[in-house]
Design a protein around this ligand. Structure first.
Ligand code: ADP
Length: 477
């Protein structure tokens, strides 16, 4: 099975959120199962590519009004042997942000991702790739299934929804600018409720659909979580699968992580105390092993429920806890956290930036990791924190509900239902009480570290899904 994997962010080359982690770790897991997978992404300014990366030459991308000349660089995903083709086209991708400022879009985002879709498809004949299926991710790739559906030689497509809250929805006037004739069949695929909608195009057109947890696959078929697309998704329920994300435990291992001041593993946890003291010192918080350190590493977006956390924190620090935030995003949320940091020196440390190495020190040095998400397709933060012996405190939604349990003989965290401030505070209280019981806490930490969210099983499900896509596509033609 040959698969072309198309994504806008792929770690370690460019990362905004969890999509990059998935696109960087699922392909090597697929390769281990014998899937012949190649990855395509744009060469964003933030892409860290070796100077020695071979240039594969130029790529003609035929658009609606003109042919543009891009070029292609070849890199490799870690030492996995998985090739990554980076499409270099400076006017669209050599920009300060991957998506746009403040978590939003650039004004020409529709053109950027129409171009990327065409470039990814142009790469197939240019390099003789000949994939059996194309695996597309989130709205920036939503036009690819539509283009393939309309092409006589179109290939089977798998379209994975990582976050339905970002749809690539634009005014109808965009259509001619991205080469879609308002009277065409393509328009029927991309139009949704008076807009051009890239996510809707992907959902309508792909051979099969998936999303990143079983719970979220159910949730998005309801009006509460469907973001206006639930009807469309219910119509495709027979083709929609939930496959939970994994993490790469070689990349996320506190026993070897070079970003940490000390190392630890399940059963030999003393290094975690060293990491905690170092983090407290680095963050300007009192160095005290007995105060629980609670952290959040997150995009600052409405989705993440951080407005509610901000309301709760002034009361939570009285439990007492210390709080560390690492995040960037919506300017209003950035401001409200900066203000909290100023009002609570020695209790809260607020870091408004993107910093992968600091993220690792925080996962390792914290006792608890809070994710009060309004919705969470899968969530990786809770998995990474558990791997680093940090106990998650989560709202029961999507992948968080699938991966963290409290009401169990073998709990792995603290779970609250609905985003009421008092319920979040009460969950933090339960966590703090558990922390004070040393034996109970050690058991909980060890259980978190024993959780296995590796890719093995989920990668096998994706491999099966590619077979399903090929079979259904065959049936259609
Ligand atoms: P989402 O994909 O919605 O952003 P996830 O929990 O699935 O949320 O994944 C978020 C990923 O991004 C995690 O790997 C997390 O550690 C990382 N991350 C988020 N914000 C930052 C930041 N400011 N600095 C470093 N890493 C971050």
């Amino acid at each position: 099975m040959k698969v072309l994997f198309v994504a806008n962010e792929v770690a370690p080359f460019a990362k905004v959120g969890g999509l990059a982690d998935v696109a960087g770790s699922l392909p090597p897991a697929l390769a281990e199962l014998g899937v012949d997978v190649s990855v395509v992404m744009p060469l964003h300014r933030q892409c860290r590519v070796d100077d020695s990366a071979p240039a594969l030459g130029s790529l003609e991308v035929r658009g609606p009004h003109e042919t543009r000349l891009a070029s292609v660089l070849l890199a490799e995903l870690g030492g996995s042997g998985v090739p990554v083709y980076l499409i270099r086209y400076g006017p669209y991708f050599d920009r300060p942000e991957v998506y746009g400022p403040g978590g939003g879009d650039y004004p020409d985002s529709p053109q950027r991702y129409a171009f990327f879709a065409r470039a990814a498809l142009a790469l197939i004949p240019a390099l003789g790739l000949d994939p059996d299926a194309i695996h597309c991710h989130d709205w920036p790739t939503g036009l690819i299934p539509a283009f393939e559906r309309l092409s006589p030689l179109g290939r089977p497509t798998v379209y994975t929804i990582h976050n339905l809250g970002y749809q690539g929805q634009f005014d109808l006037g965009v259509a001619p600018r991205i080469g879609i004739d308002p009277a065409s069949e393509a328009m029927r695929l991309v139009q949704w409720r008076g807009h051009v909608n890239y996510m809707a195009a992907g959902i309508r057109s792909a051979t099969v659909l998936s999303t990143v947890s079983e719970r979220y696959a159910q949730e998005i078929q309801t009006p509460d979580f469907g973001e206006g697309l639930d009807g469309l998704l219910r119509g495709r329920a027979a083709d929609l699968y939930g496959i939970v994300n994994g993490i790469d435990y070689e990349q996320w291992d506190p026993a070897t992580d070079p970003a940490l001041p000390d190392h630890f593993r399940r059963g030999a946890i003393s290094g975690k105390q060293v990491c905690k003291a170092a983090l407290q010192r680095e963050m300007g918080l009192p160095v005290d092993p007995d105060v629980p350190l609670v952290s959040a590493i997150t995009r600052l977006a409405w989705q993440k429920g951080l407005d509610v956390l901000a309301q709760v924190l002034p009361r939570a620090v009285k439990l007492p806890i210390q709080f560390v935030l690492l995040g960037t995003g919506e300017p209003a949320l950035e401001d409200s956290y900066r203000l909290l940091g100023r009002q609570h020196p020695g209790e809260m440390a607020i870091n408004i930036r993107y910093d992968e190495r600091l993220a690792r020190r925080i996962y390792a040095g914290s006792d608890m990791f809070v994710m009060p998400s309004r919705y969470e397709p899968c969530g990786l933060g809770q998995m990474m924190s558990m791997a680093y012996g940090t106990v998650p405190v989560v709202q029961a939604t999507g992948g968080l509900a699938d991966t963290v349990v409290e009401a169990s003989t073998e709990p792995t965290g603290f779970v609250f239902y609905g985003l009421a401030a008092d319920d979040l505070l009460f969950a933090l209280e339960r966590a703090v009480l558990a922390f004070r019981d040393r034996a109970r806490w050690e058991t909980l930490v060890a259980r978190c570290m024993a959780q296995d969210f590796s890719w093995t099983e989920s990668a096998r499900k994706y491999a099966d899904l590619y077979e399903t896509a090929v079979a259904r596509h065959g049936g259609r033609t």
